[in-house]
Design a protein around this ligand. Sequence first.
Ligand SMILES: CCCCCCCC(=O)SCCNC(=O)CCNC(=O)[C@H](O)C(C)(C)COP(=O)(O)OP(=O)(O)OC[C@H]1O[C@@H](n2cnc3c(N)ncnc32)[C@H](O)[C@@H]1OP(=O)(O)O
Length: 194
Amino acid sequence: MSGRNTALTPPADATAPVRHPDAPAPGELLGAHYEHCFGCGEDQPHGLHLESRAGEGVRVTAEFTVKTAHQGAPGLAHGGVLATALDETLGSLNWLLRVIAVTGRLETDYLRPVPVGTVLYLEAEVTAVAGRKIYSTAVGRIGGPEGPVAVRADALFIEVKVDHFIENGRPEEIRAAMAEPDQVRRARAFEVNP
Ligand SMILES: CCCCCCCC(=O)SCCNC(=O)CCNC(=O)[C@H](O)C(C)(C)COP(=O)(O)OP(=O)(O)OC[C@H]1O[C@@H](n2cnc3c(N)ncnc32)[C@H](O)[C@@H]1OP(=O)(O)O
Protein backbone atom coordinates (compact mmCIF):
# COMPACT_ATOMS: atom_id res chain seq x y z
CA MET A 1 0.00 0.00 0.00
CA SER A 2 1.37 3.44 -0.85
CA GLY A 3 1.98 5.76 2.11
CA ARG A 4 0.75 8.64 -0.06
CA ASN A 5 -2.94 7.78 0.15
CA THR A 6 -3.07 6.20 3.57
CA ALA A 7 -2.65 9.45 5.47
CA LEU A 8 -5.53 11.13 3.65
CA THR A 9 -7.94 8.21 3.75
CA PRO A 10 -10.18 8.41 6.83
CA PRO A 11 -9.99 5.35 9.09
CA ALA A 12 -12.94 2.96 9.32
CA ASP A 13 -14.13 4.54 12.60
CA ALA A 14 -14.22 8.10 11.20
CA THR A 15 -17.52 9.95 11.50
CA ALA A 16 -19.32 12.54 9.40
CA PRO A 17 -18.45 16.16 10.28
CA VAL A 18 -20.96 18.10 12.37
CA ARG A 19 -21.62 21.75 11.63
CA HIS A 20 -21.58 23.72 14.89
CA PRO A 21 -25.03 25.14 15.72
CA ASP A 22 -23.54 28.64 16.05
CA ALA A 23 -21.64 28.48 12.77
CA PRO A 24 -22.20 31.43 10.44
CA ALA A 25 -25.27 31.04 8.24
CA PRO A 26 -24.83 29.79 4.68
CA GLY A 27 -23.88 32.72 2.46
CA GLU A 28 -22.26 34.71 5.27
CA LEU A 29 -18.75 36.07 4.65
CA LEU A 30 -16.30 34.72 7.24
CA GLY A 31 -13.93 37.71 7.09
CA ALA A 32 -10.21 37.58 7.83
CA HIS A 33 -9.30 35.58 10.93
CA TYR A 34 -6.05 37.58 11.39
CA GLU A 35 -5.21 40.85 9.65
CA HIS A 36 -1.59 39.76 8.97
CA CYS A 37 -2.52 36.33 7.58
CA PHE A 38 -0.90 35.87 4.15
CA GLY A 39 -4.00 34.05 2.95
CA CYS A 40 -6.79 36.36 4.08
CA GLY A 41 -5.37 39.31 6.04
CA GLU A 42 -6.32 42.81 4.95
CA ASP A 43 -2.96 44.22 6.17
CA GLN A 44 -0.82 42.02 3.90
CA PRO A 45 -0.14 44.16 0.80
CA HIS A 46 0.95 41.18 -1.33
CA GLY A 47 -1.26 38.62 0.42
CA LEU A 48 -4.04 36.69 -1.29
CA HIS A 49 -6.89 38.66 0.33
CA LEU A 50 -8.94 35.51 -0.03
CA GLU A 51 -12.57 35.87 0.99
CA SER A 52 -14.37 32.79 2.33
CA ARG A 53 -18.09 32.37 2.67
CA ALA A 54 -19.98 29.78 4.72
CA GLY A 55 -21.82 27.17 2.68
CA GLU A 56 -24.33 24.48 3.61
CA GLY A 57 -23.15 21.73 5.96
CA VAL A 58 -19.43 21.90 6.60
CA ARG A 59 -18.59 23.58 3.31
CA VAL A 60 -17.18 26.93 2.29
CA THR A 61 -16.64 28.80 -0.93
CA ALA A 62 -13.92 31.39 -1.50
CA GLU A 63 -12.54 33.68 -4.18
CA PHE A 64 -8.99 34.78 -4.86
CA THR A 65 -7.81 37.04 -7.69
CA VAL A 66 -4.30 36.23 -8.93
CA LYS A 67 -2.20 39.43 -8.88
CA THR A 68 1.18 40.22 -10.45
CA ALA A 69 2.84 39.64 -7.04
CA HIS A 70 1.65 36.01 -7.19
CA GLN A 71 3.55 34.98 -10.36
CA GLY A 72 5.83 31.97 -10.62
CA ALA A 73 6.41 32.08 -14.40
CA PRO A 74 5.66 35.10 -16.63
CA GLY A 75 1.95 35.77 -16.42
CA LEU A 76 1.16 32.59 -14.47
CA ALA A 77 0.34 32.00 -10.82
CA HIS A 78 3.00 30.39 -8.63
CA GLY A 79 2.04 26.85 -7.61
CA GLY A 80 2.85 27.53 -3.98
CA VAL A 81 0.53 30.51 -3.98
CA LEU A 82 -2.26 28.33 -5.38
CA ALA A 83 -1.53 25.77 -2.63
CA THR A 84 -1.83 28.62 -0.13
CA ALA A 85 -5.25 29.52 -1.54
CA LEU A 86 -6.37 25.90 -1.14
CA ASP A 87 -4.86 25.68 2.38
CA GLU A 88 -6.52 28.91 3.50
CA THR A 89 -9.91 27.84 2.12
CA LEU A 90 -9.62 24.44 3.80
CA GLY A 91 -8.51 26.13 7.04
CA SER A 92 -11.61 28.31 7.09
CA LEU A 93 -13.71 25.13 7.43
CA ASN A 94 -12.53 25.01 11.07
CA TRP A 95 -14.71 28.02 11.67
CA LEU A 96 -17.83 25.99 10.86
CA LEU A 97 -16.75 23.12 13.12
CA ARG A 98 -15.65 25.50 15.88
CA VAL A 99 -12.42 23.61 16.22
CA ILE A 100 -8.86 24.99 16.31
CA ALA A 101 -6.80 22.98 13.85
CA VAL A 102 -3.65 23.31 11.75
CA THR A 103 -2.68 21.74 8.44
CA GLY A 104 -0.81 18.48 8.95
CA ARG A 105 -0.81 17.34 5.32
CA LEU A 106 -1.84 19.04 2.10
CA GLU A 107 -1.73 17.15 -1.19
CA THR A 108 -2.25 19.31 -4.26
CA ASP A 109 -2.98 18.52 -7.93
CA TYR A 110 -2.38 21.16 -10.59
CA LEU A 111 -4.61 20.49 -13.57
CA ARG A 112 -4.53 23.73 -15.57
CA PRO A 113 -2.28 26.81 -15.63
CA VAL A 114 -3.79 29.84 -13.88
CA PRO A 115 -2.97 33.20 -15.54
CA VAL A 116 -2.50 36.48 -13.69
CA GLY A 117 -5.80 38.31 -13.43
CA THR A 118 -7.77 35.07 -13.04
CA VAL A 119 -10.38 34.79 -10.33
CA LEU A 120 -9.98 31.38 -8.68
CA TYR A 121 -13.32 30.09 -7.41
CA LEU A 122 -12.71 27.70 -4.53
CA GLU A 123 -15.00 25.20 -2.80
CA ALA A 124 -13.99 23.10 0.21
CA GLU A 125 -15.67 20.62 2.49
CA VAL A 126 -14.87 18.47 5.49
CA THR A 127 -15.42 14.84 4.54
CA ALA A 128 -14.74 13.03 7.84
CA VAL A 129 -13.50 13.45 11.40
CA ALA A 130 -11.57 10.89 13.45
CA GLY A 131 -10.58 12.09 16.91
CA ARG A 132 -8.30 15.12 16.39
CA LYS A 133 -7.99 14.41 12.65
CA ILE A 134 -10.12 16.37 10.21
CA TYR A 135 -10.21 15.18 6.58
CA SER A 136 -11.11 17.68 3.90
CA THR A 137 -10.99 18.34 0.19
CA ALA A 138 -11.05 21.42 -2.06
CA VAL A 139 -11.15 22.43 -5.71
CA GLY A 140 -10.34 25.72 -7.45
CA ARG A 141 -12.15 26.55 -10.69
CA ILE A 142 -11.36 29.17 -13.33
CA GLY A 143 -13.61 31.00 -15.78
CA GLY A 144 -16.50 31.11 -13.28
CA PRO A 145 -17.85 29.22 -10.27
CA GLU A 146 -18.92 26.36 -12.60
CA GLY A 147 -15.76 26.51 -14.75
CA PRO A 148 -13.14 23.81 -15.17
CA VAL A 149 -11.12 22.67 -12.15
CA ALA A 150 -7.59 24.12 -12.28
CA VAL A 151 -6.34 22.96 -8.87
CA ARG A 152 -7.52 20.56 -6.22
CA ALA A 153 -6.30 19.34 -2.84
CA ASP A 154 -6.93 16.79 -0.13
CA ALA A 155 -5.90 17.70 3.39
CA LEU A 156 -5.58 16.45 6.91
CA PHE A 157 -5.95 19.07 9.62
CA ILE A 158 -5.06 18.22 13.22
CA GLU A 159 -6.94 19.73 16.15
CA VAL A 160 -4.68 21.66 18.55
CA LYS A 161 -5.05 23.72 21.72
CA VAL A 162 -4.57 27.49 21.61
CA ASP A 163 -1.20 26.83 23.33
CA HIS A 164 0.06 25.61 19.93
CA PHE A 165 0.14 29.25 18.81
CA ILE A 166 1.09 30.86 22.12
CA GLU A 167 4.03 28.50 22.73
CA ASN A 168 5.34 28.43 19.16
CA GLY A 169 4.60 31.87 17.70
CA ARG A 170 7.22 34.67 17.79
CA PRO A 171 6.67 36.57 21.05
CA GLU A 172 6.29 40.01 19.36
CA GLU A 173 3.31 38.89 17.30
CA ILE A 174 1.78 36.87 20.15
CA ARG A 175 1.97 39.89 22.46
CA ALA A 176 0.45 42.16 19.81
CA ALA A 177 -2.37 39.71 19.08
CA MET A 178 -3.14 39.25 22.80
CA ALA A 179 -3.23 43.04 23.26
CA GLU A 180 -6.00 43.42 20.67
CA PRO A 181 -8.82 45.12 22.56
CA ASP A 182 -11.60 43.61 20.47
CA GLN A 183 -12.34 40.22 22.05
CA VAL A 184 -13.63 38.62 18.85
CA ARG A 185 -10.63 39.78 16.79
CA ARG A 186 -8.29 38.62 19.58
CA ALA A 187 -9.87 35.18 19.65
CA ARG A 188 -9.93 34.79 15.88
CA ALA A 189 -6.22 35.67 15.55
CA PHE A 190 -5.63 32.34 17.27
CA GLU A 191 -8.40 30.69 15.25
CA VAL A 192 -10.42 30.33 18.44
CA ASN A 193 -14.16 30.73 18.12
CA PRO A 194 -15.37 33.26 20.63
C1 LIG B 1 -9.16 30.14 9.52
C2 LIG B 1 -7.80 29.51 9.62
C3 LIG B 1 -7.05 29.48 8.31
C4 LIG B 1 -5.75 28.81 8.47
C5 LIG B 1 -5.28 28.31 7.11
C6 LIG B 1 -3.87 27.94 7.18
C7 LIG B 1 -3.69 26.67 7.98
C8 LIG B 1 -2.22 26.46 8.12
O1 LIG B 1 -1.48 26.61 7.20
S1 LIG B 1 -1.63 26.01 9.67
C9 LIG B 1 0.14 26.19 9.47
C10 LIG B 1 0.83 24.99 8.88
N1 LIG B 1 0.78 23.87 9.78
C11 LIG B 1 1.61 23.78 10.85
O2 LIG B 1 2.42 24.66 11.12
C12 LIG B 1 1.52 22.52 11.67
C13 LIG B 1 2.92 22.05 12.13
N2 LIG B 1 2.82 20.71 12.71
C14 LIG B 1 2.56 20.55 14.03
O3 LIG B 1 2.52 21.49 14.80
C15 LIG B 1 2.34 19.14 14.51
O4 LIG B 1 2.97 18.21 13.67
C16 LIG B 1 0.81 18.81 14.60
C17 LIG B 1 0.12 19.74 15.58
C18 LIG B 1 0.14 18.95 13.20
C19 LIG B 1 0.63 17.36 15.02
O5 LIG B 1 1.40 17.15 16.18
P1 LIG B 1 0.77 16.49 17.50
O6 LIG B 1 -0.24 17.38 18.09
O7 LIG B 1 1.92 16.08 18.36
O8 LIG B 1 -0.02 15.25 16.98
P2 LIG B 1 0.50 13.79 16.57
O9 LIG B 1 0.29 12.92 17.76
O10 LIG B 1 1.86 13.84 15.93
O11 LIG B 1 -0.57 13.44 15.43
C20 LIG B 1 -1.94 13.29 15.71
C21 LIG B 1 -2.50 12.36 14.65
O12 LIG B 1 -2.38 13.02 13.38
C22 LIG B 1 -1.57 12.23 12.49
N3 LIG B 1 -0.72 13.14 11.73
C23 LIG B 1 -0.02 14.19 12.19
N4 LIG B 1 0.64 14.80 11.16
C24 LIG B 1 0.32 14.09 10.06
C25 LIG B 1 0.69 14.21 8.69
N5 LIG B 1 1.50 15.19 8.25
N6 LIG B 1 0.19 13.31 7.81
C26 LIG B 1 -0.63 12.31 8.22
N7 LIG B 1 -1.03 12.14 9.51
C27 LIG B 1 -0.53 13.03 10.41
C28 LIG B 1 -0.75 11.33 13.38
O13 LIG B 1 -0.38 10.15 12.68
C29 LIG B 1 -1.71 11.05 14.51
O14 LIG B 1 -2.65 10.07 14.11
P3 LIG B 1 -3.23 8.98 15.15
O15 LIG B 1 -4.01 9.80 16.18
O16 LIG B 1 -4.11 8.14 14.32
O17 LIG B 1 -2.05 8.30 15.72
